[in-house]
Design a protein around this ligand. Structure first.
Ligand code: SF4
Length: 291
């Protein structure tokens, strides 16, 4: 009795698998029939497959509950995203982001890193530390012109000094200089407020929320766009918000996972998925038979 049911279910699934599916919210994503046939096996044995959508973070093994897996409609995308994460994590290991001594330093770094390498940011951060400027109070009192000289190694130093002052002025005017108070604001509202500050765009605002506030907000950068468009998740013209929703709608809202995932994407982008001449033959995603 049970065998014909499984047989017919399987047959039906194979027939459905012949047609590409477009996912409503992400018109650029098409799950190809071959991919779906491949995934249909584990879907039938969903219980066993649950192990594949679990992940490591901070060396803790996290298993998603079954209800979570069943609840989320776009189950294939979610599993694929976590498979990629697991492959990258096993290849590169924990990345321990963000390299900073305090949430305030994370915010400074997030602003200074715009359009420059992290090496240059480190020099500017060290200069600020030497001058005792790595606290909200000290930065609030600092003169914009002298601050610009101090952060000169980060490039675009006049503009960045203006941005740092704009942020710290916001922090004092709105939260009396108290970062903990700032992060108590509902995340969506705080994001909106951060975006209204001079020099803070989406990537910077989200880096602040995730890496300084430990809030479950996914950071999208050029590496994310490049790698996941090459993997066929979306087209080049997809907006920041659409890419972010792809991750946030399909991954558990875990700041640890989002933190590590973004850092691993950067590692892959730097070491393998370079802008020109990507090293596909050595890429861990390819060697992991994920694509
Ligand atoms: S390096 Fe090649 S195989 Fe790896 S993600 Fe980039 S395009 Fe894909």
């Amino acid at each position: 009795m049970i065998k014909p049911i499984i047989y017919h279910f399987f047959l039906l699934y194979l027939v459905i698998s012949l047609f590409p599916i477009r996912i409503g919210a992400f018109p650029n994503i098409t799950i190809l029939p071959t991919t779906r046939i491949f995934y249909s096996f584990p879907l039938i044995f969903n219980l066993f497959y649950d192990l594949q959508i679990s992940y490591y973070c901070n060396n803790v093994f996290i298993v998603n509950p079954l209800w979570y897996n069943l609840y989320h409609g776009v189950i294939l995308v979610k599993k694929r995203l976590l498979q990629i994460y697991n492959r990258l994590y096993s290849e590169f290991g924990p990345q321990n982001w963000w390299p900073a001594d305090s949430p305030f330093e994370v915010i400074i770094g997030a602003i200074l890193t715009q359009s420059t390498s992290w090496k240059n940011v480190e020099k500017a951060v060290q200069n600020m530390k030497k001058k005792g400027l790595m606290t909200p109070e000290a930065l609030y009192k600092a003169e914009e012109q002298s601050l610009a000289e101090i952060i000169r190694p980060s490039g675009y130093y006049n503009m960045k000094a203006k941005k740092l002052k704009a942020f710290v002025n916001f922090l004092f005017n709105r939260f009396s200089g108290d970062l903990d108070e700032m992060f108590k604001t509902p995340t969506a509202l705080l994001r909106k407020e951060l975006l209204s500050i001079y020099g803070i765009g989406e990537e910077t605002a989200d880096s602040i929320l995730l890496y300084a506030g430990n809030l479950p907000v996914f950071v999208v950068d050029a590496y994310t766009r490049r790698i996941f468009s090459r993997l066929g998740f979306f087209g080049e013209e997809t907006t920041y918000g659409q890419i972010q929703r792809l991750f946030m709608d399909n991954l558990p809202p875990d700041p640890c996972l989002f933190n590590e995932y973004h850092a691993l994407i950067v590692a892959l982008g730097k070491d393998y998925c370079r802008k020109t001449k990507p090293n596909c033959s050595g890429c861990p995603l390819r060697s992991g038979n994920l694509f």
